[in-house]
Write a protein that binds this ligand. Structure first.
Ligand code: ADP
Length: 461
């Protein structure tokens, strides 16, 4: 079986969030199960070819916007693996010269299909990820008809849909009225790339079983819920794993007590926070997106931590309004010595926060899978999460973390108070030990993906 995985990002070459982590890890785990897998992503301006050990391999000619566009294909390996990565380079569309993000990715999807055509009969299955790759199923049908490979479309976040101008269809060579799925989508005047992926693929997956159920409801799935319900027979959820080699640490089940103390002390010193290590340190690392990450209830619940003289550290970037709100909070009298707000994206800093904290907050409104709760457990830091999506599937209340139901500051405050009480009881070390022993290695998830690939292909090849 030969599989091509395609997405907008892949760690360590280019990472913006959890999607990058997944695309960097899943192929390696599949490779270790004997699946022949390649990855294809855009070659953005900011990627350093030398750093990635990428070399120019060949060229594709991609018809788009009435022109024949040259795409240079660079090739490298995912570090410490035999997985090939193809990087597609074009100075117009994969740079700030592109008119929009949707233009970038419609062009990317066209280029991926040209690559697949060039390698006709090589790939049994194309594994597309998120809206950035949503046009691929349709373009494959247009170009290869019945001879096209099968397509799995994985939704990592249904809220990001890649809504673009319908003129992109003309640029792609699609004649109005000639394609039923496109006509259905564009009735409302725009092109929805996520919807195209959902409608055009052979099978849909999401990144946790709970999220697969949630997106069938209007609350989580919005207008796409009815379309997903129509395809419920070919929808499943597979929980993401994490690549433990990306998070090296000296913390384990037998060392955590002393190691955590050391990491916490140096983190508190670095952040210039009150160094009373008897008090728990709470943390948050993530995108500052209030629509998803529960920033409003977090903000409103923080006085509970101040009241109990606990420390809180935040690392994140995103919505400027929320960046400013949190920064302002750190200067207020109530929080001055107990709160550290860091508006930046810094992987090493994130790891030192996971290692030095006692509790890690993920109060999301919705969370397709979430990786930070898994990463924090690996560092012996108990996650405090809302019961949604992958958070619900990975954290078990009072076993390896804390789970609260209602999306409200009150529910979060209650669970924070509970965690502060538990911190000084014998239950705390038991829970840390449970968290450290919870296994989220990719191999389990990769086996589920392999079973799904086999199911989609309808044969063992
Ligand atoms: P999402 O993909 O919704 O952003 P996930 O929990 O799936 O959230 O993954 C987020 C990933 O990005 C984690 O590896 C997390 O540590 C990392 N991350 C998020 N924000 C930052 C930041 N400001 N600095 C460093 N790493 C970050």
């Amino acid at each position: 079986m030969k599989v091509l995985i395609t997405a907008s990002e892949m760690f360590p070459i280019y990472k913006l969030g959890g999607l990058g982590d997944v695309i960097g890890s899943l192929p390696k785990a599949l490779d270790s199960l004997g699946v022949n897998v390649d990855v294809i992503i855009p070659f953005y301006h900011s990627i350093d070819a030398a750093n990635s050990h990428a070399y120019k391999s060949f060229e594709l000619i991609v018809p788009f916007n009435n022109k024949s566009n040259v795409v240079q294909v660079y090739k490298c390996k995912i570090p410490k693996s035999s997985v090939n990565v193809f990087l597609l380079k074009n100075d117009t569309y994969f740079s700030s010269k592109a008119k929009s993000e949707t233009e970038t990715f419609v062009f990317f999807d066209k280029a991926v299909v040209e690559y697949i055509k060039l390698n006709f009969n090589t790939y049994d299955l194309i594994h597309c990820n998120d809206w950035h790759t949503g046009m691929i199923p349709n373009f494959l049908k247009e170009e290869l008809g019945r001879e096209r490979p099968k397509v799995l479309f994985t939704i990592h976040n249904l809220m990001y849909q890649g809504v673009g101008d319908t003129s992109l269809l003309k640029d792609s060579g699609i004649v109005p009225g000639s394609n039923k799925l496109i006509d259905f989508d564009t009735m409302d005047g725009d092109l929805n790339m996520l919807m195209q992926g959902i409608l055009g693929c052979d099978f849909i997956s999401t990144v946790s079983p709970t999220y697969a159920n949630e997106i069938l409801t209007l609350k989580y799935g919005g207008f796409l819920s009815s379309i997903l319900k129509d395809r419920v027979g070919c929808l499943t959820g597979i929980l993401n794993g994490i690549d433990y080699t990306s998070f090296p640490t000296d913390i384990n089940d037998s060392t955590w007590l002393t190691k955590k103390k050391n990491h916490k002390k140096s983190l508190l010193n670095k952040l210039k926070l009150s160094t009373n290590s008897e008090k728990p340190l709470f943390s948050f690392v993530g995108r500052l997106d209030n629509g998803q990450k529960g920033l409003d209830i977090l903000y409103d619940a923080l006085p509970v931590l101040a009241k109990n003289d606990c420390n809180f550290v935040l690392l994140g970037t995103g919505d400027p309004v929320w960046e400013a709100k949190f920064k302002k909070l750190a200067t207020s009298k109530e929080f001055k010595n107990n709160v550290s707000i860091n508006i930046s994206f810094n992987l090493d800093f994130a790891n030192s926060i996971y290692a030095g904290s006692d509790f890690f907050l993920v109060p999301s409104k919705y969370e397709p899978c979430g990786l930070t709760q898994m990463i924090s457990m690996h560092y012996g830091t108990l996650p405090i999460v809302r019961s949604t999506g992958g958070l619900k599937d990975s954290v078990h209340h009072l076993h390896n973390g804390f789970v609260f139901e209602d999306y409200s500051a009150k529910a979060l405050k209650d669970v924070l108070e509970k965690s502060i009480v538990i911190y000084n009881t014998v239950q705390y070390p038991l829970m840390v030990s449970n968290a450290l022993q919870t296994d989220f290695s990719w191999i389990k998830s990769a086996k589920s993906y392999l079973n799904l690939y086999v199911q989609i292909l309808g044969k063992i090849s």
